[in-house]
Design a protein around this ligand. Structure first.
Ligand code: NDP
Length: 289
């Protein structure tokens, strides 16, 4: 078993981005965060992302809004950021309160500033395999991890457990593309899938994006498979664990990503990359601002 060190790869990527930002003359790239309500996990994620911005030299702002804000008021805040030429990227931290429609919010973000890659325009571009959209950060980070570790994906059977719009579906869309480091045969499983163990056991690369601690057990994994653990679950004692029963699964794998230190740091590195990409696109094309 060998460990996929997402922290190390993310730091390398962030160092490259930092060097690119350092040579920018004039205004540096800037990312605007919107946080609605007081969800503790969301606050932690936004803090970590802002820390990464600061370390890289990306400017960041935080608009913290009360959970009682109406959808219209939130859309107005987003509109202000859409129009602000000094803002390159906009990130609305999910989840949003129940009374706010996520899709309406995602749709309201200028696709050119959509650093999360959740706008339907960017999802469409990703599905079509176009080069000029944004890839959602977590699945993009997984693709880069596999690439950096020279783990063959082409022609392999990738099984993704989880079909969310932010992880499972976009990862399937990315890895099935007809292009280098993709070309995978992809299966998506979910809570309604029958014979889940048969499906996961057939995976050359198994991705767990379920949100249930230690869900993937040893008997669900083919010996020598590659296992990517996306899950972030907080146990009663405060410990953060993934969706994979790491202790028992790791010994039979060829490669495995740990939690923490696997996919999580890559998500942030990809966010930094998308922000720089927005900046380069917007700053060099005033008509898009
Ligand atoms: P969602 O809750 O949106 O999706 C979970 C998926 O798992 C659903 O498709 C669900 O099926 C499926 N599922 C649930 N129970 C089972 C089961 N018993 N058998 C098979 N499939 C099941 O989660 P996310 O995709 O947003 O996140 C997944 C995990 O990844 C979470 O722990 C989250 O915290 C973490 N995460 C980590 C990130 C990182 O940067 N490392 C980024 C984003 C998420 P169904 O669709 O049928 O309900």
């Amino acid at each position: 078993m060998r460990l996929i060190d997402g922290k190390k790869i993310a730091l390398e990527l962030e160092e490259q981005i930092r060097a690119q930002v350092a040579v920018i003359q004039g205004r540096k790239p800037s990312l605007a965060f919107i946080l609605v309500g007081d969800n503790a996990a969301s606050q932690t994620y936004v803090r970590a992302k802002k820390r990464a911005c600061a370390a890289i030299g990306i400017l960041s702002t935080l608009t913290h809004l009360p959970s009682t804000i109406s959808q219209d008021e939130l859309l107005r805040e987003i509109d202000l950021l859409n129009r602000n030429p000094n803002v390159d990227g906009i990130l609305v931290q999910l989840p949003l309160p129940m009374h706010i429609n996520d899709r309406a919010v995602m749709l309201s973000i200028n696709p050119e500033k959509d650093v999360d890659g959740f706008h339907p325009v960017n999802i469409g571009k990703m599905l079509l395999g176009e080069d000029h959209g944004f890839l959602p950060c977590t699945p993009h980070g997984i693709k880069i991890l596999l690439q950096k570790y020279n783990i063959p994906v082409e022609g392999k059977h990738v099984v993704i457990v989880g079909r969310s719009n932010i992880v499972g579906k976009p990862l399937a869309a990315i890895l099935m593309q007809k292009r280098p480091h993709c070309n995978a045969t992809v299966t998506i499983a979910h809570s309604q899938s029958e014979h889940l163990t048969d499906i996961t056991q057939s995976a050359d690369i198994l991705v767990a994006a379920i949100g249930k601690a230690h869900f993937i057990k040893k008997e669900m994994v083919k010996p020598k498979a590659v296992v990517i653990d996306v899950g972030i679950n907080r146990l009663c004692d405060g410990k953060i664990v993934g969706d994979v029963d790491f202790e028992n699964v790791a010994p039979i794998t060829s490669w495995i990503s740990p939690v923490p230190g696997g996919v999580g740091p890559m998500t942030i590195a990809m966010l930094m990359q998308n922000t720089l990409y927005c900046y380069n696109k917007l700053y060099n094309s005033p008509s898009l601002r």
